[in-house]
Design a protein around this ligand. Structure first.
Ligand code: ADP
Ligand code: MG
Length: 578
């Protein structure tokens, strides 16, 4: 028997997708408050939200005549015209309130902007009541009690109250990060769990979520290109975690989880963070609404970009730029922490930040291309002592360089440092001009199918600049004549196929660049000064001076620190002189 399902059943089915757990219901309610242009949003949870969720705002409110409509499926005030192209609000599907109302006892109390009185409507697991008079100031309060109590199958899937609470708090903080101008508070089981006042500086809100250390250990990110704009703060490479949980990514103010964005973040920190570790960051991407589709899933955390390649390269270059500008600051604080922390009796383990704070004074680099003009460092070389990495005093175990700075001691791992310098030199060469090419003895024909061959041929010029010379060969293949010399005996077919896939997915020849960088990194590692080699005073001085002038020289190509610093104050503490 074919029949139309009653609305209550449809809503209950939809509720499974829209509000599968308390955190999701809280998200929908807070999004509604944000869309209503609230300046203050106060949330309450009991038993992780399963017993009770409330969201109170001072936004535009809902007019009396709209209260019943708000509970109807697909009723929304947010889609001005009927296309889904230009979405500027967080909500637009008109299904959150009816869905939550289908699986809880939901009460909405609201006083609309300019209205003389407030009104209330309640719905009990799908049964909608009458609109009644109520009292409150402008804004809306939505309460949902006994979520899923009438849907035992769903209730079974809820985790412990603690776990549900943590998920809900995380959700709220994510939303709050993107709206620093709105004040937020959260109570759990009657106790204040978190609050953040309205702030004009986005970093203040980030610090309220990620802790004050984030402000001290991050760099601002800002870049605009092609109508896309990226802002936010990126944690220093040494400030990493074991999961990507603390990577907060937003598109048009909406918290998202997106593989493309996560991949771009990984690429931006490539070689700066050890494999399997994740930097902490909050990045806000603004895309013209018609170039992104947020209507992929009811929860709206998945998105699709019209031009993913552009988005990716914007993020990668913004991160690289922001982190490179920090020079070697990155390594210092956290890298030195374990060393200093171990020695310091009763130490807090907090990274010493003096070095980091002085980083901005290091902007007078020596030209790394010139041979060192400084005299061989000797104890009386006064100039070098004022430089960030100091004057060379000795080499230990043919592996570590000891230098004296204005107010401390620096210990450099000569191999790690040199490896980074060689890689950065190769990078500069790559950036300066086309890399040397090698002609193939026999040009290679690679079958790619028509779409793939066409895509590659269209990029032939760009690829040629990277050293890969190819042309269209019939409808289904390309003919490769030359490859970048740095790749050596490359698997040409594999490389070209990967490139075609990259182009299909991102519109960019990422593979080739990344492979060239990979090769450069490997060559840098093998071509660098080994640990265990004795160095002359002049060589050591040249190494330190080049480090000072080289971006990212705080970490080797594998993300390990290249040097550590002990301040005099730390040393004095070791000897109990402070
Ligand atoms: P959507 O947000 O997709 O429009 P919802 O079911 O979440 O759908 O909400 C339905 C409608 O109820 C909204 O379009 C809005 O007009 C109104 N509404 C819901 N919550 C609020 C609120 N906190 N303040 C003002 N209006 C609200
Ligand atoms: Mg909504």
């Amino acid at each position: 028997m074919l029949r139309r399902l009653p609305e209550a059943v449809v809503n209950r089915i939809a509720a499974g997708e829209v509000v599968e757990r308390p955190a999701a219901a809280l998200k929908e309610l807070v999004e509604n408050a944000i869309d209503a242009r609230a300046g203050r949003i106060d949330c309450g949870l009991r038993a992780g939200g399963a017993a009770w969720i409330s969201v109170d705002d001072d936004g535009a409110g809902i007019a009396r005549d709209d209260l019943a409509l708000a509970l109807e499926r697909h009723a929304t005030s947010k889609l001005a015209d009927d296309d889904l192209v230009d979405i500027r609000t967080l909500g637009f599907r008109g299904e959150a309130l009816p869905s939550i109302g289908a699986v809880s006892r939901l009460t909405i109390t609201s006083r609309a902007e300019g209205a003389a009185e407030a009104w209330r409507i309640a719905v009990d697991n799908g049964d909608v009541g009458a609109v009644e008079p109520a009292a409150r100031a402008r804004g809306t309060r939505v309460e949902a009690a006994g979520l899923f109590r009438a849907v035992p199958a769903r209730l079974k899937f809820l985790k412990s109250a603690r776990a549900e609470y943590l998920a809900a708090a995380d959700m709220l903080k994510r939303l709050a990060m993107a709206r620093p101008s709105v004040a937020f508070s959260l109570e759990h089981d009657g106790r204040r769990a978190w609050a953040s006042p309205a702030a004009s500086d986005p970093l203040a809100r980030l610090a309220d979520v990620l802790g004050a250390e984030f402000a001290e250990n991050s760099v601002p990110v800002a870049l605009e290109a092609d109508g896309l704009s990226l802002s936010g703060h990126a944690g220093l490479p040494t400030w990493h975690r074991g999961t990507a949980q603390a990577q907060y990514l937003f598109v048009n103010g909406r918290p998202v989880r997106d593989r493309l964005l996560q991949g771009a973040v990984r690429a931006g920190y490539e070689e700066l963070v050890p494999r399997g570790r994740f930097p902490v960051l909050a990045l806000f991407l603004d895309v013209p609404p018609d170039r992104v589709d947020v209507n992929v899933h009811p929860a709206k955390t998945e998105i699709r970009f019209r031009d993913g390649g552009r988005v990716r390269s914007l993020i990668v270059s913004a991160l690289r730029r922001a982190l490179a500008e920090e020079g070697h600051r990155a390594a210092a604080p956290a890298a030195a922490a374990p060393l200093v922390g171990r020695f310091r009796p009763g130490g807090t383990g907090a990274p010493p930040l003096e070095l980091a704070e002085r980083a901005s004074e290091w902007q007078a680099p020596l030209d790394p291309g010139l041979p060192p003009s400084a005299p061989p460092p000797a104890p009386e070389a006064p100039d070098a002592a004022g430089l960030p990495l100091g004057a060379v005093r000795a080499q230990l175990h043919d592996t570590y360089i000891v230098a004296q700075t204005g107010d401390g001691v620096v210990l450099v791992d000569q191999h790690a440092a040199h490896e980074r310098l060689v890689l950065e030199r190769m990078r500069r060469a790559l950036a300066d001009g086309p890399p040397p090419r090698q002609a193939l003895l026999l040009p290679e024909v690679v079958e790619l199918g028509e779409a793939g061959a066409e895509r590659l041929a269209a990029k032939a010029e760009e690829l040629g600049e990277l050293g890969l010379v190819l042309e269209r060969f019939g409808t289904e293949a390309v003919l490769v004549r030359e490859t970048p010399a740095a790749l050596g005996e490359a698997d040409v077919k594999g490389l070209v196929r990967d490139l075609a896939d990259d182009l299909a997915e991102h519109g960019l020849a990422l593979t080739l660049k990344e492979r060239l960088e990979d090769v450069a990194a490997t060559m840098a590692c093998h071509g660098s000064v080994r640990a265990g080699r004795r160095l002359g005073a002049q060589e050591m001085d040249a190494l330190l001076r080049e480090m000072e002038a080289t971006p990212r020289s705080g970490q080797c190509n594998h993300g390990r620190p290249t040097y550590v610093e002990l301040k005099l104050a730390d040393i004095e503490r070791l000897f109990g002189r402070r």
